[in-house]
Design a binder for this molecule. Structure first.
Ligand code: PMV
Length: 330
C-alpha cells in the first residue's frame, strides 16, 4: 500500500471540501524513554519495534491552517516565510499533497517553542499539530487512533504527540500499517520532571530518518536492538505503573545509550554527541553517586533531557542553571 491509498483507507470517503476557515491546533513535543530506531517499512513509516514516550505539555507546536485558490503553499515558521526550496517546506508540502483538494494550496503558520531539529522532536509535534489542524479544516472528526495513524506518515514519532503524559506506540504487524498507532497510558505522575539542557540549538548533522536507515543497514549491533527494546518496554511499563522512578530512569538511560551504541557501530559511525554532551553525562553520573535520583536520555542530537522528581527540582536547577524544567503533568 502506498501513502495515498493508506490515507484514503483512513478517510473512507470523508470530504476534502475546501472551507474558507482558518483553523489552529496545538500538539506537544514528546521524548521517547524507550526509543523508536529503525523501520521495517519506510513508505508508511512502520517501525521495527514499539516505543514509549513522555509528552512535554506546554513545549510543542501550534499550527494555523487555511486553504487558498493559488498555485503553491505558503509556509511560515515562527512568523518567518520559508522558501519552497528548503527541505522543511518540501517535506511539509509533500505531506499536504496527500490531503490537497485539486486547485488549492495551503497557508501554514507554524509556531514552535522548541529549537527546530536539535533532537527535541519538533517535527513530531509539528506533524501531529498539522494532522489535528487538517481534521478541523476538513471537519473529518477522526478518532484518536486514526489521527495517530495519519501523523505517523509525517514522522514516525509524531504518532505519539497527540496526548499528554506517557504514550506507547504499538509497532503493529500488518503490512497495511493500520495496526501501528499510539495510545496514552492511563497514569498521572505529577512529581515527574523533564529537564531540557539545550546546549546546541543548531540543526543536527544528520536527520533521524537517514541515521536510522544507515544504522539498520550497516551496524552489526542493530540485530540485538529489537530484543533490547522488548525487554526495556516490559520493564518500563511496570515501573511506570508502580511509580518506581529509579527503575524508569535506569531503563530510559540505558535504552538511549544502547541506541547510540548501535549508531557508533554503523559504517560510517554516527556520533551526535558533543563535548558538552559527555561532560553532562559525567556530571549526572557524579550526582547519582552522591545520592541524587537523576537520569538522562538523548535522541538524534547532542542535547540531553534529564529525568528527575519534583523534590529535587531546586538542587537540579542549581546543578544545571541553563536547564529548562518541564512539568509533564502540570
Ligand atoms: O520520528 P522521527 O523520524 O523523527 O524519529 C525519532 C527518533 C528518535 O527521536 C531518536 C527516537 C524516538 O522514539 O523519538
Amino acid at each position: 500500500m502506498n501513502k495515498l491509498d493508506f490515507v484514503q483507507t483512513i478517510l473512507q470517503g470523508r470530504g476534502k471540501l475546501p472551507g474558507d476557515e482558518l483553523v489552529s491546533a496545538y500538539a506537544p513535543s514528546n521524548i521517547a524513554l524507550v526509543k523508536y530506531w529503525g523501520k521495517r517499512q519506510s513508505e508508511l513509516n512502520l517501525p521495527m519495534t514499539s516505543s514509549l514516550s513522555i509528552s512535554l505539555a506546554s513545549r510543542g507546536v501550534t499550527t494555523a491552517l487555511s486553504l487558498r485558490e493559488q498555485a503553491s503553499d505558503e509556509i511560515y515558521l515562527n512568523q518567518q516565510k520559508i522558501s519552497a526550496e528548503t527541505a522543511f517546506a518540501k517535506r511539509l508540502s509533500q505531506f499536504l499533497d496527500l490531503f490537497r483538494p485539486p486547485g488549492y494550496a495551503f497557508h501554514v503558520h507554524t509556531h514552535s517553542n522548541l529549537p527546530i531539529a536539535a533532537g527535541l522532536a519538533s517535527s513530531a509535534a509539528g506533524f501531529s499539530a498539522l494532522v489535528l489542524a487538517l481534521d478541523l479544516l476538513f471537519a473529518w472528526h477522526l478518532s484518536d487512533r486514526e489521527l495517530s495513524l495519519l501523523a505517523r506518515l509525517g514522522s514516525g514519532s509524531a504518532c505519539r504527540s497527540l496526548w499528554s503524559g506517557f504514550v506507547e506506540w504499538h509497532a503493529g504487524k500488518n503490512e497495511n500499517g493500520l495496526d501501528s498507532y499510539a495510545e496514552p497510558l492511563n497514569i498521572e505522575w505529577p512529581e515527574f520532571r523533564v529537564g531540557l539542557l539545550i546546549e546546541h540549538p543548531e540543526e543536527k548533522m544528520m536527520s533521524s530518518r537517514e541515521a536510522m536507515k544507515l544504522t539498520a543497514a550497516t551496524s552489526p549491533f542493530y540485530k540485538v536492538w529489537p530484543e533490547v527494546v522488548a525487554q526495556d518496554l516490559e520493564k518500563i511499563r511496570t515501573a511506570i505503573l508502580q511509580k518506581d522512578f529509579s527503575q524508569v530512569g535506569q531503563v530510559a538511560e540505558s535504552n538511549a545509550m544502547s541506541m547510540h551504541a548501535t549508531m557508533l557501530a554503523a559504517q560510517p559511525s554516527i556520533l551526535y554527541w558533543q563535548g558538552s554532551t559527555v561532560q553532562n553525562m559525567q556530571k549526572i553520573w557524579q550526582l547519582r553517586q552522591e545520592g541524587m535520583q537523576v537520569y538522562f536520555t538523548e535522541d538524534a542530537g547532542p542535547n540531553l533531557k534529564l529525568l528527575f522528581l519534583a523534590k529535587d527540582e531546586y538542587e537540579m536547577q542549581k546543578a544545571f542553571p541553563k536547564m529548562e524544567i518541564v512539568v509533564p503533568f502540570g
